[in-house]
Design a protein around this ligand. Structure first.
Ligand SMILES: [Zn+2]
Length: 216
């Protein structure tokens, strides 16, 4: 499990699924998706990116956009869902234009991590997805989230392992070998991870605790 901080909009899973199926993809049915090979083989991310590029190109051709699609970063667009610990499916999803995942702790660089500027094409994508909330599209009202549908904001979402599960190295490789990242020393045998950390701290002056949590 990890926490994801994201910029984007909130949408009901029913409306999102209607958009996905209209574009030839499978419904998510509110199950948090895990794609280790995001963005290229993650079909939803690839669809979002394709839509944004084509909308930005259309805006540029019409003279109302910035005219550049080269700066559109395909890593930024993704569907995130809150984890419900396997008990039930999520009712809401988020579509992002910026996101990052936190395992344990991380410095928040507001300007880089949370850009104020919304990429060209993203608002048009939001409108296209929200068009599936129109009563004529047949999504039951009971499955929509009312005024929250399409709400833009900065959200913190407890997500299912979007970067995979974290376990410290000694948990899955108890006997090593573990390499020092500063010299050629290799540690095997008794408590190799602890000895590696001690070595790094004492020999190289690394400022870390004995068992640091990962950042980022
Ligand atoms: Zn060393």
């Amino acid at each position: 499990m990890s926490t994801t901080i994201l910029c984007g909009f909130k949408v009901s899973v029913a409306v999102l699924d209607a958009f996905l199926t209209a574009n030839g993809l499978d419904e998510t049915e509110g199950r948090p998706q895990y794609y280790p090979d995001h963005p290229d083989k993650d079909k939803i991310s690839a669809l979002l990116y394709k839509k944004i590029v084509s909308k930005a190109e259309a805006a540029a051709a019409g003279g109302s956009g910035s005219g550049s699609t080269a700066s559109i970063d395909k890593n930024k667009f993704r569907v995130m869902m809150p984890s419900t610990e396997g008990m039930q499916h999520s009712f809401v999803a988020y579509v992002t234009y910026a996101w990052f995942t936190v395992y344990a702790h991380r410095e928040l660089r507001v300007d880089e991590d949370l850009p104020a500027e919304i990429p060209t094409g993203f608002e048009e994508l939001r409108k296209e997805i929200l068009s599936f909330a129109d009563p004529s599209r047949g999504v039951p009202e009971s499955e929509k989230i009312g005024d929250e549908e399409g709400h833009m904001g900065l959200f913190v979402v407890y997500t299912y392992g979007y970067k995979g599960e974290y376990a410290p190295p000694w948990a899955y490789e108890r006997n090593g070998p573990f390499k020092c990242d500063q010299c050629d020393a290799v540690f095997t045998g008794m408590m190799p991870w602890d000895r590696r950390q001690e070595h790094r701290i004492e020999v190289h002056g690394v400022k870390e605790s004995r068992n640091p949590f990962p950042e980022g």
